[in-house]
Each structure stands twice: as structure tokens, then as C-alpha cells.
Ligand binder design. Structure first.
Ligand code: GUN
Length: 292
């Protein structure tokens, strides 16, 4: 049976190290890093995410600002808010919660965020820096996924990795990070032929497709490390349940190590957002980032 990778515990440890770094920045350098989160509309899942982000930001000792705007906010007004946050020296990180209402062009809004404050790592400047191997702000879920993989496997040099999914938020950036770690990377997706055969080559599987329980145990090379990024809400036996993109029951019998859902990659995302905020705050002031 596979080792269960405890992302919740790993994220707690990381948040502890971030809190210590924030203490050092306050006592030695005299400033407090700050994160501004903008939520447009009333999406219930987004409200939960944003509340959790604010709570954890305060818990590690940083400043947190929550800007809640009505669903009918115009693109122009949202862009004006982003400009105000760009210009505010107390704000080190800006996150505009996705999805945005349909009348707002998300790309335009994400591109309006100053790259140095783009703690989501979604701005084209940060995407370009990541893909050319320059230091940048990197999307949070991919960073958290690679941290967990490294915790299990140590150095990832030469590891055969298969990423399932090619989104801008997870699939593409996680593939770039694995490449930077010297993995041999395959990006599989909905048009991939013989997906089980491709996945069976992998020592490391990163599943980020958003299809509940799609990856089965008999798709895996025995002993493979499985990082399941999916969070899918399904009905089972008349009850709501969260499941990943991997069929946990069959995968845990074949994998060497696997992340559960919930409690795997999920908790890593906000911890990495806090990490990015500290990184942005230090870069803005030209000081070395404390150990985290
Ligand atoms: N909505 C769901 N996940 C995310 C995320 O990581 N960043 C932003 N901005 N919105 C999201």
C-alpha cells in the first residue's frame, strides 16, 4: 500500500517557517508584508477560498486586505482598483480571485497587475520568466505540488514525469517547474492517445484534469509517486463528497506514495501564496529573503 502524503502537515510546517520569516522582516527590517485579495461577486466557493486566504495571511503575521466588489462591478472599476493596489507601497501581493463574472475580461485584469506583485504568477511576464528559467513569482498550486514530490523523491533529476492536464494555472506551469528540476516531462491531455499507456511510463504522475477519479490504479507503474491536484465535488450514496482526479482506492494499491483529496495538494496552495507574498515583499525592498 502507498505511503499517504500528508499535505496538511507539510503546509502547516511551511506556514510555521513563513511566520518566522515574517517576524524577522518585522524586527530586523521594520516592515510587515501585505496581501490584497479582490473578490468580485458572490460565488460561494470563491468566498470560502478568500476567507481562508485572509485568515491564514493574518495567522502568519502579515497584513491582509479583502476587497469585496459587487457582481455588477464594471471592468473599468476593477482595473482602477488594481491600479490603486499597484501604486500602494504597503501592498506586496495582489490576488484577483477567479473566476470573474462573464462581462469582465480576465486576461486584461491579470495583465493589469504589476508583475512584481503578481503572487498568483499568472501575468505573462512571470509565465515568460518561468519558461526561460529566470527567477519569478510561480503559480501556487504547481509550487506546492513540486514541494510534495521533492519531499517524497528527494532530487528529481532524471525522473520520468507525466503531467495530465495543460491548463495555464496548473498543467503548463507544473511542467515547467519539473523541467527546471531536470525531469523528463510529458504533458498529456484530453486528446492524448493511449493515456493509460503514457501514464504507465511515469515515476511521477501529476493529475490536474478536473475529471473525478479518472486515473485508475492499473494505469500506474508500481511504486509511482502520485500527486493529485483535482478537487471534484461528487454525489455518492446520496451524500456530497470531494474526490481527486485519481481513483484513490485502486491507485493506493499500486502507487509508492499518493496525495489524498482532501488533505494533499489543497492545503499547499495558500501556504505557497503566503510564501510568494514574502518573496515579493523582499524583492520590492531589495533584501534577501529569509530562509523558509
Ligand atoms: N480560483 C481558484 N484557484 C485560484 C487561484 O489559485 N488563484 C486565483 N486568483 N483564483 C483562483
Amino acid at each position: 500500500m502507498a505511503k499517504i502524503i500528508d499535505g496538511k502537515a507539510f503546509a502547516e510546517g511551511l506556514r510555521g517557517r513563513i511566520a518566522k520569516a515574517v517576524d524577522v522582516l518585522k524586527s530586523k527590517h521594520g516592515f510587515t508584508p501585505g496581501l490584497a485579495v479582490v473578490l468580485v461577486g458572490e460565488d460561494p466557493a470563491s468566498k470560502v477560498y478568500v476567507a481562508n486566504k485572509a485568515k491564514q495571511t493574518v495567522e502568519v503575521g502579515m497584513n491582509s486586505w479583502e476587497h469585496r466588489l459587487p457582481a455588477e462591478t464594471s471592468e473599468k472599476d476593477l482595473l482602477a482598483m488594481v491600479e490603486r493596489l499597484n501604486a500602494d507601497p504597503a501592498v506586496d501581493g495582489i490576488l484577483v480571485q477567479l473566476p470573474l463574472p462573464k462581462h469582465i475580461d480576465s486576461t486584461k485584469v491579470l495583465t493589469a497587475i504589476a508583475p512584481a506583485k503578481d503572487v498568483d504568477g499568472f501575468h505573462v511576464v512571470n509565465v515568460g520568466k518561468l519558461s526561460t528559467g529566470q527567477d519569478s513569482l510561480v503559480p501556487c498550486t504547481p509550487v506546492g505540488s513540486v514541494m510534495l514530490a521533492r519531499d517524497v523523491l528527494g532530487k528529481l533529476d532524471g525522473v520520468e514525469a507525466v503531467v495530465i492536464g495543460r491548463s495555464n494555472i496548473v498543467g503548463k506551469p507544473v511542467a515547467q517547474l519539473l523541467l527546471a528540476e531536470n525531469c523528463t516531462v510529458t504533458i498529456a491531455h484530453s486528446r492524448t492517445k493511449d493515456l493509460p499507456g503514457v501514464v504507465r511510463r511515469a515515476d511521477l504522475v501529476i493529475a490536474a484534469v478536473g475529471r473525478p477519479e479518472m486515473v485508475k490504479g492499473d494505469w500506474l507503474k508500481p511504486g509511482a509517486t502520485v500527486i493529485d491536484v483535482g478537487i471534484n465535488r461528487i454525489e455518492r450514496d446520496g451524500k456530497g463528497k470531494l474526490v481527486g482526479d485519481c481513483d484513490f482506492a485502486s491507485c493506493e494499491k499500486v502507487a509508492g506514495a499518493i496525495t489524498p483529496v482532501p488533505g494533499g495538494v489543497g492545503p499547499m496552495t495558500i501556504a505557497c501564496l503566503l510564501y510568494n507574498t514574502v518573496k515579493a515583499a523582499c524583492a520590492a525592498r531589495g533584501i534577501n529573503q529569509p530562509e523558509m
